[in-house]
Ligand binder design. Structure first.
Ligand code: NAD
Ligand code: TYD
Length: 359
């Protein structure tokens, strides 16, 4: 049995679905079900006995202690977090609560449990913390990609809170000997991605005939990895990663945002042309930039390849096509996540960054 936290979110749910499809080992899935948690993503697991879903907070020590004692997991994989940069700018408090205080409490519960294990299970235990490349800050054009040695320079409330959580995880290893592993991954995309993030937002807005809001000049660069490849990297690090080490995860897919948006538009032109025959790119609208917007992220994932033999399976071209096809085939999932809370966010956020004009 493993304990996964945040397993009803985008990456956590993909991880749980893939894990249960590939391994013989059960999953206890602890998720608070914030706006980003979605049980519908896990609907196919409804009758699967190897999946135990528990609604709760990683910061609820009594609950986490009880789950650990009851299920005796051999590993914890921590996905639970507040994850959206724009939301962290509007309201950083939840980010500090979950990403910093929550991770601290989770570490303490896990430390107590781990200390009580018999020697062989204690030695085999792992705590894998899922983090982001955003902790390294922003790169200038031409600067080499982030390695595991790059110093932390987080710039947003989100990345600062994730950096803090990484430091706690590191310290719990250094001070208490907790057997931890940390992964720092680049931007993910793929099925079940909440449509507040760039790629799914562009797909759902395009199909709804709405503007495609590109921040600033659209030339900010992100390094994109298909979510299933992130999940395979986590499984590999969990299996063979060296204790206390961090591993950068990425697919060498640096692209400016405007290129991503144009690629999505071109795929939709091919797969679901607009009724009026015009290209979806006509809906592109440049809007006011994100405050403190990091210009460029890029991940050097050679350590993971060298030490653990991991490589992504998808190229950006194959992954983005699968993603657009998934959204076209899963309109109901999209409609159901576009709840009142979602509409409220879109209204609040994009009303304050009024359009600068169409492309
Ligand atoms: P997400 O926002 O889609 O999902 C987060 C999940 O955590 C949700 O299901 C939510 O309900 C749950 N959660 C939030 N607070 C919780 C709490 N206090 N206790 C228990 N559950 C809680 O995020 P995601 O994109 O799936 O990201 C998962 C992890 O991967 C995060 O730690 C994030 O920092 C990291 N990460 C994300 C990306 C990316 O591109 N999305 C890239 C690198 C790393
Ligand atoms: P996002 O998906 O929020 O991920 P992150 O900020 O964690 O990298 O954004 C990806 C990039 O797309 C980022 O540079 C901000 C930009 N972006 C837009 O241009 N318009 C949007 O509406 C959103 C949500 C993001």
């Amino acid at each position: 049995m493993i304990l996964v936290t945040g397993g009803a979110g985008f990456i956590g749910a993909n991880f749980v679905l893939d894990w249960l499809a590939e391994q013989q080992e059960g999953v206890v899935n602890l998720d608070k079900l914030t706006y980003a948690g979605n049980l519908e993503t896990l609907a196919t697991l409804k009758d699967v006995k190897a999946h135990v879903f528990v609604r709760g907070d990683i910061g609820d020590s009594a609950l986490v202690d009880k789950l650990l004692a009851e299920h005796q997991p051999r590993a914890v994989v921590n996905f639970a977090a507040e994850s959206h940069v724009d939301r962290s700018i509007h309201g950083p408090e939840d980010f500090v609560q979950t990403n910093v205080v929550g991770t601290f409490r989770l570490l303490e519960s896990v430390r107590g449990y781990w200390n009580g294990l018999p020697a062989d299970r204690k030695a085999a235990f792992r705590f894998l913390h899922v983090s982001t490349d955003e902790v390294y800050g922003s790169l200038k054009t031409g600067e080499p990609a982030f390695t595991e040695e790059t110093k932390y320079e987080p710039n947003s409330p989100y990345s600062a809170s994730k950096a803090a959580s990484d430091h706690l995880v590191r310290a719990w290893h250094h001070t208490y000997g907790l057997p931890v592993l940390t992964t720092n991954c680049s931007n993910n995309y793929g099925p079940y991605h909440f449509p507040e993030k760039l790629i799914p937002l562009m797909i759902v807005n395009a199909l709804a005939g709405k503007p495609l809001p590109v921040y600033g000049d659209g030339m900010q660069v992100r390094d994109w990895l298909y979510v299933k490849d992130h999940c395979s990297a986590i499984r590999r690090v969990l299996e063979a990663g060296r204790l206390g080490e961090t591993y950068n995860v990425g697919g060498w897919n640096e692209k400016p945002n405007i290129e991503i948006v144009r690629t999505v538009c071109a795929l939709l032109d091919e797969l679901k042309p607009r009724a009026d025959g015009k290209p979806y790119s006509e809906q592109i609208a440049y809007v006011v930039d994100r405050p403190g917007h990091d210009r460029r992220y890029a991940i050097d994932a050679r350590k993971l390849e060298r030490e653990l033999g991991w490589k992504p399976e998808e190229t950006f071209e194959t992954g983005i096509r699968k993603t657009v096809e998934w959204y076209l085939a899963n309109g109901e999932w999209v409609r159901n996540v576009q709840s009142g809370a979602y509409r409220e966010w879109v209204q609040k956020h994009y009303a304050s960054s009024a359009g600068k004009g169409a492309a």
